[in-house]
Ligand binder design. Sequence first.
Ligand SMILES: O=C(O)c1cccc(C(=O)CC[C@H]2O[C@@H](n3cnc4c(=O)[nH]cnc43)[C@H](O)[C@@H]2O)c1
Length: 208
Amino acid sequence: MHLPLLVVTAVPAEADAVRAGADPDHVVVAPVGVGPAAAAAGTARLLATGRYRAVISAGIAGGFPGRAPVGATVLATRSIAGDLGAETPDGFLTVDELGFGESVVNADPTLLQALTTEIPGAIVGDVVTLSTVTGTQTTADRLAKSYPQAVAEAMEGYGVAVAAAGLPFAELRTISNPVGPRDRAAWRLKEAFAALSTASARLWTACG
Ligand SMILES: O=C(O)c1cccc(C(=O)CC[C@H]2O[C@@H](n3cnc4c(=O)[nH]cnc43)[C@H](O)[C@@H]2O)c1
């Protein structure tokens, strides 16, 4: 008897897109809220049942220009807390540099390898988790420089990864908008949700 895979999204529209592709017999999809705190709390509550084999943080994301275009599918090698730390006159110090914890969680290597095989067009790289959607070129440039391997930013992956607490974890994103000056009207939600449904059809094959 296979335990099901848990896929957590931020909002119901993302959950619907995952459900449109995923195997309903083996994949449980739950929207748990926007941001790392809601994501961690919601994921921890669901995982406390002990009935899941792995957990995936899934949804739409901003793509770093030149690294992940709108419509692309992204798999995270690492989910990184991009704003957990301290600002100083000399720049941002991560929580690791402060000696208070770890701001980086690696995807489960076996799960990531399987997902990469099953979703061949996916761009593989770091995904930065932020509590605030980037909305200026200055912030976009700073993040791109600080995280040279980051292909996308979103708001939940690190929170889900922490809640996974050793259970196999991965982050799957599809790109709705470039990271940069705020232009909410230009977000390509339909395209990103369609890509999310397509990728989700491969999830159980990768995890089962
Ligand atoms: O309109 C807004 O500014 C806004 C603020 C918070 C959440 C949203 C959502 O649409 C929620 C969905 C989900 O989308 C992810 N996302 C998408 N693009 C980005 C981005 O450029 N930077 C960070 N996160 C992004 C995120 O995970 C949201 O939870 C809209």
